[in-house]
Ligand binder design. Structure first.
Ligand code: ATP
Ligand code: MG
Ligand code: MG
Ligand code: MG
Length: 480
């Protein structure tokens, strides 16, 4: 149908191709850019062009870009609109057209091409960007009350701490126009969904935070494919679109539950599984294997969260054959099946992906069961410790560290389990333990290096314990 995820993607690309854009393939999830860990937006592959470092090959382009946003991990399943893995449709101008065309085409795409009713659309503009306000209001006739001026957090877009940036203007869809036009908050997830962001890229943000005007004025846009699919398919969230739902159904089948009849907490778990499975399949396909540092840790953390979440639902592999009870490869097969029009390479890499997942799952399960028992004990103690006092229950950083270090529990998982019981974690002391460990392993590193130089040891003996910390996992400075 016209509204399948595949059709929506194709219609976007055809629409812009008909307006002179060159359709280009998605770039890898691993960016060629030291300022961001993973590809967070369609513009990344064009950054050197925007900055004037390499000449443009075409005046304008359109893509469907695979993206990962680790800053949205906590939002997965909690909001109806965030995944960690999603596809961003984008049209880009490299010093070719600017605001006027970008706005006109975005409007035409949304209303004529996708058929959204004009009176359901709301617009945000950067607070002092009168020119953009006028283009929406005077040229396209959008009533003033449906154009909101928002501040830097929402309407000034930066790809990283430094780099190309500029004011932006966003399109929102209104699910509840009957709620009226007074006291409206476009951030209200129960009423609106932001689906298209138009960035008027005209500055380079420097190390000292200053904005240097770019030689050319560029356009960078992003339209969330799953969000448009959710609107057009009239389902309550991105996860129930044809792009993701088959994975949730497969997980439900393995857990022996029905998605439709499940309670909210079960649905959330199925959404987490569906999202994270997509993320890890595409990340491994692009060459990121689970490890304890950087991107590899993102994969490891996502995989471990799926394993744990699946176990909470009673998901089990068949326990026989070469999967040895692993269920991630079963779900991954479904993700791979759906990958054809997203990234044709995934299918050709499927045996490597399935094997990597199987290995990592089995490795984690070995320690998980012991770790789970210990965590239960620690949480019970934390509650016992404060009995009869006014103190709030708290798990010590030492305990969280033991779970991390010996049992392979990502601290985020420990935190999640503890929070489910109303128990917090002493993250300060956890960080101190982490730092101690880092220094120890650095010392071990140095010793091993010396030993290797003396020919007495093998490089493989170097412990793989370096950890760069939670914060470095975030795509820095993405304006949320
Ligand atoms: P939000 O405010 O909803 O978090 P955003 O402002 O962070 O979105 P942008 O950086 O403007 O998003 O990205 C452009 C588009 O990409 C968004 O308008 C949306 O359609 C889509 N998008 C962004 N983040 C996600 C996500 N986590 N999951 C799905 N789609 C997303
Ligand atoms: Mg936005
Ligand atoms: Mg936003
Ligand atoms: Mg965001």
């Amino acid at each position: 149908p016209q509204t399948s995820g595949d059709a929506i993607r194709q219609r976007f690309l055809d629409f812009y191709a008909a307006r002179g854009h060159k359709v280009l393939p998605s770039a890898s999830l691993v960016p060629d850019d030291p300022t961001v860990l993973l590809t967070i937006a369609g513009m990344l592959q064009f950054k050197p062009i925007f900055l004037g470092k390499v000449p443009r090959e075409v005046p304008s382009a359109a893509t469907s870009q695979k993206c990962i946003r680790t800053n949205d991990i906590e939002n997965v399943g909690r909001t109806s609109r965030h995944q960690t893995f999603f596809e961003m449709l984008g049209n880009f101008s490299f010093g070719d057209y600017f605001k006027k065309e970008a706005i006109k085409w975005a409007w035409e795409l949304s209303t004529s091409e996708y058929g959204l009713p004009a009176d359901r659309l709301w617009i945000s503009v950067y607070e002092d960007d009168d020119e953009t306000f006028a283009l929406w209001h005077d040229e396209l006739g959008i009533p003033k009350e449906r154009i909101k001026r928002l501040g830097e957090d929402d309407n000034f877009w930066t790809s990283g701490v430094t780099g190309p940036c500029g004011p932006c203007s966003e399109l929102y869809y209104d699910f509840h126009p009957e709620r009226g036009t007074s006291d409206v908050d476009l951030g209200d997830d129960t009423r609106f969904i932001e689906f298209y962001n138009l960035v008027f890229m005209q500055y380079n943000k420097k190390d000292d935070g200053s904005l240097e005007p770019l030689k050319q004025k560029n356009i960078d846009t992003g339209l969330g494919l799953e969000r448009m699919a959710r609107i057009l398919q009239k389902v309550p969230n991105n996860y129930e679109t044809d792009l993701i739902f088959p994975i949730l159904e497969k997980a439900a089948e393995l857990a022996n539950v029905s998605y439709a009849l499940a309670d909210d907490s079960t649905k959330t778990k199925l959404k987490i599984i569906g999202d994270h499975m997509r993320a890890v399949v595409y990340l491994i396909s692009d060459g990121v294997n689970p490890s304890n540092i950087g991107r590899g840790y993102v994969v490891r953390r996502l995989i471990r969260r799926v394993v744990r979440t699946g176990r909470l639902l009673g998901v089990k592999g068949d326990g026989m054959g070469d999967l040895q009870g692993a269920f991630l490869p079963i779900l991954a097969k479904k993700v791979i099946e759906l990958s054809t029009n997203i990234d044709a390479d995934v299918k050709t890499r499927s045996s490597r992906i399935l094997e990597e997942l199987r290995r990592e799952e089995l490795r984690f399960v070995l320690t998980l069961e012991r770790g789970e028992k210990l965590l239960e004990q620690m949480l019970a103690d934390a509650l016992l410790n404060i009995q009869g006092t006014e103190t709030a229950p708290c798990l010590s950083g030492k305990d969280a560290f033991i779970l991390y270090d010996t049992y392979g529990f990502p601290v985020e998982i420990t935190k999640e389990v503890a929070e489910e019981r109303g128990i917090s974690i002493d993250m300060n002391s956890f960080d101190i333990e982490m730092e101690k460990q880092r220094q120890l392993s650095q010392a071990a590193h140095d010793t091993v290096k010396l030993a290797v130089e003396n020919g007495a040891n093998h490089a493989e003996d170097i412990p793989d314990t370096e950890f760069l910390g939670y914060n470095t996992l975030h795509s820095k400075a993405v304006v949320e």
